[in-house]
Design a protein around this ligand. Sequence first.
Ligand code: ADP
Length: 503
Amino acid sequence: MPTSSASQTSLLNIDALKAGNAGQPPKYLSYINGQWREATSNKTYSIVNPATGQVIAEVSDCGAQETEIAIKQAAEAFKSWSKTTAKHRSQVLRKWFDLVMAHQSDIAQLMTLECGKPLQESLGEVAYGASFIEWFSEEAKRAYGDIVPAPFTDRKILVQKQAVGVCTAITPWNFPLAMITRKCAPAIAAGCTMVVKPAEATPLTALALAELAEQAGIPKGVFSVVTASEGKIVGEVLTTHPLVRKISFTGSTPVGKLLMKQSADTVKRVSMELGGNAPFIVFDDADIDKALDGAIASKYRNTGQTCVCANRFIVHEAVAESFSNALAERSSMLKVGDGLDEGVQQGPLINDAALEKVKSLVTDAVEKGAKVLTGGQQHALGGNFYQPTVLTDLDDSMAIAQEEIFGPVCPVFTFKTDQQAIEIANSTPYGLAAYFYSQDMNRIWNVVGALDFAMVGINEGIISTELAPFGGMKESGTGREGSKYGLDEYLEVKYLCMGGLTN
Ligand code: ADP
């Protein structure tokens, strides 16, 4: 495979990228086993700024062969990395965290260029993504085992935790940094090695992270990034290769199911963080102003393109009209534009297909009788921009009642009784995040118990933090990321029975 270690321009100097198409777009290579590598085929593919439609970079288009090399080298690196002390791994991760934060501004601009996220949100994501590195640099030292009282006097029973082995991650474009660090930081902390395939649309942030990993002293083969224009080929190798012991995936439910099936033959451990269909319930005793703040924050984060964005507003009929009108007013005031422009709160959708999906969901609802309180159209800016939209008068026959919207559209449904609200909320195969607003303590605990969702925001619309377990139930996935639970995803429990002891 051709390698080119020295010639690549740093991704942390983003002027070349911001210059747009003025010259030849710069080319970036995959980072495999500590080397910057061309694809074996020498092929590259284009990275497009979703706000402008311009090609901003060319990236190595890798396939099965490069993936196999990355895995084999990760297995080689595992032999020594898994034997390092937790304290050493902790120190290296801490250095990585410091470097990411030192480059917060550059990485955020890079992220906005490739995924369209408003700059303020990108800055927030860099801090959020880095927080997983910081957290797991601390947790690395806490992979405690147990000593269990033995049932016989001649035995000792011990439990120790040890690194799983070579791990792989397949990540989405909507959090180009945080979805990688949330997987790689605990893996590396545990003593595992990691091969990442970032989303095809957002490999640049992943490669910038690799540059900083190298600077932080993460040894070759411990963290590799294989870029590819198509997930399928690389994904097949990552999920079927016998040297890979674990796959962690964040993305759509259909792809997650496929990866679980592919992983079955070699019985890999899997963590799956899949689609959501978050209900956002507003009870009649809610503080409506706070509910509106939460609704705007939850719905419009990343232009509605997160798996925990409020997807269905379920509002008590007594407050539905006033809530919907206020939501429409606040939605219409959001500033839409290129995420790099001052004050922009809503960026473009990631690509044409995302735009078409949002358009078709809204058209379907309107054709079946929905009322548009604001928005409802592609934005005047054209391209992938869509107007913040609020819809009422909805029913179950509309696709928007079932599907994950992944765009800036608020459908408002109504209910009469608590039981009805819970039934509507749970009437989905998904079980990721749910939100509700109420001030009644009994109601709060009853609803918490009844919701089939793994994360619940109570009078709060933004719940993600590295300190809490992120994950889903039902078809939203398996496993938890972040928090004290996140490290266990990368650790095997080994039971030791020491016999033949004399007193
Ligand atoms: P999204 O709709 O957010 O793009 P996807 O599930 O399609 O969600 O993509 C998430 C990640 O999964 C991306 O990195 C993508 O390249 C990868 N991916 C998509 N299809 C496959 C596949 N068949 N095998 C492996 N990875 C895939």
